[in-house]
Write a protein that binds this ligand. Structure first.
Ligand SMILES: [Ca+2]
Ligand SMILES: [Ca+2]
Ligand SMILES: [Ca+2]
Ligand SMILES: [Ca+2]
Length: 298
């Protein structure tokens, strides 16, 4: 009887200890990541570790602000000055008590990579507004710089919270590219088979950040292709023409063209590929997105 009682006590004691240990594990993880100790993990199965890590991650995610840039555009541009407007939003679940010391850093860049070799700094500034930013709230501000971009600098890249004073759910979505030039792309291409060859139409859109010069006399080219690569060996010309009227596309505007081919599609050619500004008369922030591939029906 005595022995049995002692056994029950010992079991209870062990249970209490193990409860205390498991409690201290989660408390350690939630509160102080730096003091995690290896022996604690050695008592957990891999499954335990997995579920424990994900649940503590969940609670961390649920308790953070999250800054994103929801819109940005250049609002003033002279030979000596450039200014843009931006809107940031807190898409997290925790209020940022004050935006005052949040830093925005800007630079000119030849590509859409923030702060790589060759970038030219446009300085940094604090938001300077001590308002809070609650979950779901947005803030709009402007950023001006007196440094004209050299022609190879095709973008302004900027980053919100560049000194990382706000701990966020996602720290890797805080940059934005602002195109400083027009950027022509082809959208909505349509091809229909005719008795002789093909009719087609497609829309040219300026997705860049500057009004494009006149599209008059830019070259619109097309080729039949066995693959989706424009103008590689084996491609067969499918017609080329100019735009004959003066068209000026502001950012976001588009213009639809129509063309045709009077010849049957060559055998083995499964695609027709269109290219806008094929002679490269217009300087764009992106020259590598000017083609559109359409698969041909057999
Ligand atoms: Ca973020
Ligand atoms: Ca941050
Ligand atoms: Ca382009
Ligand atoms: Ca071009």
């Amino acid at each position: 009887m005595k022995f049995k009682k002692a056994l029950i006590l010992a079991v209870t004691f062990c249970l209490t200890i193990s409860l205390l240990v498991s409690h201290s594990v989660s408390a350690t993880e939630d509160l102080d990541l730096s003091s995690q100790e290896d022996f604690v993990y050695s008592e957990m199965t891999p499954e335990d570790e997995l579920s424990d890590t994900s649940s503590s991650l969940d609670s961390m995610i649920a308790e953070l602000p999250e800054l994103v840039i929801t819109s940005a555009s250049v609002i003033k541009r002279t030979d000596y000055y450039i200014e843009y407007k931006y809107t940031i939003k807190n898409t997290g679940t925790v209020t940022i008590p004050s935006m005052y010391k949040i830093v925005i850093k800007s630079l000119y860049s030849a590509n859409k990579i923030f702060n790589d070799a060759g970038d030219v700094s446009l300085g940094a500034t604090i938001i300077g507004d001590s308002s809070s930013l609650a979950p779901g709230e947005s803030h709009t501000g402007t950023y001006g710089a007196g440094i004209p971009p050299s022609k190879d600098m095709k973008f302004i890249m900027f980053k919100i919270d560049s000194t990382n004073i706000v701990a966020e759910y996602n720290e890797f979505n805080n940059t934005r590219a602002l195109s400083l030039y027009p950027d022509l792309v082809i959208s909505n291409a349509q091809v229909t088979k005719t008795a002789f060859g093909l009719d087609y139409s497609y829309t040219i859109k300026n997705v860049g950040g500057k009004k494009a010069p006149s599209l008059r006399y830019i070259v619109l080219d097309s080729c039949y292709s066995a693959n989706t690569i424009y103008n590689d060996p084996g491609d067969i010309a499918a017609g080329s023409f100019f735009i004959e009227e003066s068209v000026y596309l502001a950012p976001g505007q588009s213009y639809t063209v129509k063309g045709y081919s009077l010849y049957p599609t060559p055998s083995g050619m499964n695609y027709i590929i269109f290219k806008v500004d094929a002679r490269d008369d217009i300087y764009e922030s992106n020259e590598s997105n000017n083609t559109k591939v359409v698969q041909l029906e057999r």
